[in-house]
Design a protein around this ligand. Structure first.
Ligand code: PLP
Length: 396
């Protein structure tokens, strides 16, 4: 018998994962070249060569007891120091090892933060559409996820709406920019408005409302758009990130949190994060990958690869008559469904054209779909005629 709570999670289990698995089955039937799987954010760009070199060198030349052993639950101090210096060089900050905590991907980091902050019934606000796993990460610790719909035109946060949803139960706000699923990058003007709102509300309720900046796509931004550093805008910000997307290492489960010293209750928060990493059973982030991250943190993924895909997909779909949000970051295209119930569109795409795309309701927004374009250029090229036939079918 499984727990009542787990029954709920299983029943609402990730539609994206289910689709990915269906895609694998379809590939066995139609042949991998005839299935166009845009479901999962699994990068198709290989990790930089430097990652392989680092793994080989560390395994061959460093002390295996240290490389594969336990360490402080927050990670190797020298790795954390290296990442802190790398951040300081980019953002003009003064972080040290104490401000960086190594985690099991961004997902592990977010769970650690939720465990650290939430009492049962506490509320966490996020902007919808949103990465659907937030619901589970908040629910894991008996918190309640509150959705604040994005501005329907820009898909930026609607600060006036967010204000209405803040109460004395609000413990945190999660922002994700560059955004999954919309591909938008939040401008500093909007972030400053949110900061002012949270400062005001924190003062009103006499307790900090923490801002959690979930930014695994920070380095995947196009056309020179700026991705603002949120701790420089709002004091009570915790940043969560990973190397899943920016170094194409999603299966290696390596990420980190940045907790600035100015954060309210810094000493207790960092002690609790350290403890949460351990008692959630992560114990610590993967040891070899921590060392790889320290050596490769300045490496870049092939942003031009994603940009080329973006241009082809966005350009073509817009030309066929689809309404799309022009992505400025990450590797997702957010497209308005040509029919009201977007599940009819995704089913048609799957059954008639072997194109796998994800219904917007997986991200808390009906009537839209997400297309993950972290695939090969050829996959997009070969899928385009199918998208065109569907556009014609719906009379776009
Ligand atoms: N946050 C967002 C917005 C994501 O899209 C993802 C993964 O797709 C994650 C967090 C989790 O990333 P990780 O693989 O580093 O745990």
């Amino acid at each position: 018998m499984i727990s009542e709570k787990m029954k709920g999670f299983v029943a609402n289990s990730s539609a994206i994962r289910a689709m990915f698995e269906e895609g694998q089955k379809m590939a066995a039937v139609y042949g991998a070249d005839h299935v166009y799987d845009f479901s999962l954010g699994n990068p198709n760009v290989p990790a930089p060569e430097a990652v392989k070199d680092a793994i080989v060198d560390i395994v061959q030349n460093e002390n295996p007891i240290l490389v594969h052993g336990y360490m402080n639950n927050s990670g190797y101090p020298d790795v954390r120091e290296t990442l802190a210096r790398h951040l300081n060089a980019q953002f003009g900050t003064q972080y040290g090892a104490a401000n960086v905590i190594m985690t099991v991907g961004a997902a592990g980091g977010l769970n650690v933060v939720m465990k650290t902050l939430l009492n049962p019934g506490d509320e966490v606000i996020t902007v919808s559409p949103y990465f659907g796993e937030y619901r589970a990460y908040v629910g894991n610790f008996d918190g309640v996820l509150i959705e604040s719909p994005a501005d329907p035109g820009t898909f930026f946060p609607d600060v006036a709406d967010m204000e209405k949803r803040i109460s004395e139960k609000t413990r945190a706000v999660i922002l994700n920019s560059p955004n999954n699923p919309t591909g938008v990058v939040y401008p500093s003007s909007v972030l400053k408005e949110i900061a002012a709102l949270l400062e005001r509300k924190s003062a009103e309720y006499g307790a900090p409302i923490y801002l959690i900046s979930d930014e695994p796509y920070r380095e995947i931004a196009f056309d020179g758009v700026e991705v603002p550093w949120l701790p420089s805008i709002y004091r009570d910000t915790i940043v969560g990130s990973s190397y899943s997307k920016t170094l194409s290492l999603p299966g290696e489960r390596i990420g980190y949190l940045v907790i600035p010293s100015e954060l309210t209750d810094f000493a207790n928060v960092t002690a609790a994060v350290n403890c949460a990493n351990r008692i959630l059973g992560f114990v610590n982030a993967p040891s070899l990958m921590q060392k790889v991250a320290a050596r490769c943190c300045a490496e870049k993924t092939d942003v031009a690869y994603y940009d080329r895909n973006r241009k082809l997909l966005y350009g073509s779909l817009t030309e066929y008559g689809y309404t799309c949000v022009k992505p400025e970051g990450a590797f997702y295209l957010w497209v308005k469904s040509p029919t009201e119930d977007e599940r009819l569109f995704t089913t048609k795409a799957k059954e008639d054209e072997q194109i796998l795309i994800v219904p917007g309701r997986s991200f808390g927004r009906e009537g839209w779909v997400r297309i993950a374009y972290c695939v090969s250029y050829e996959t997009i090229e070969h899928a385009l005629p199918g998208f065109k036939r569907i556009a014609d079918y719906y009379g776009l």
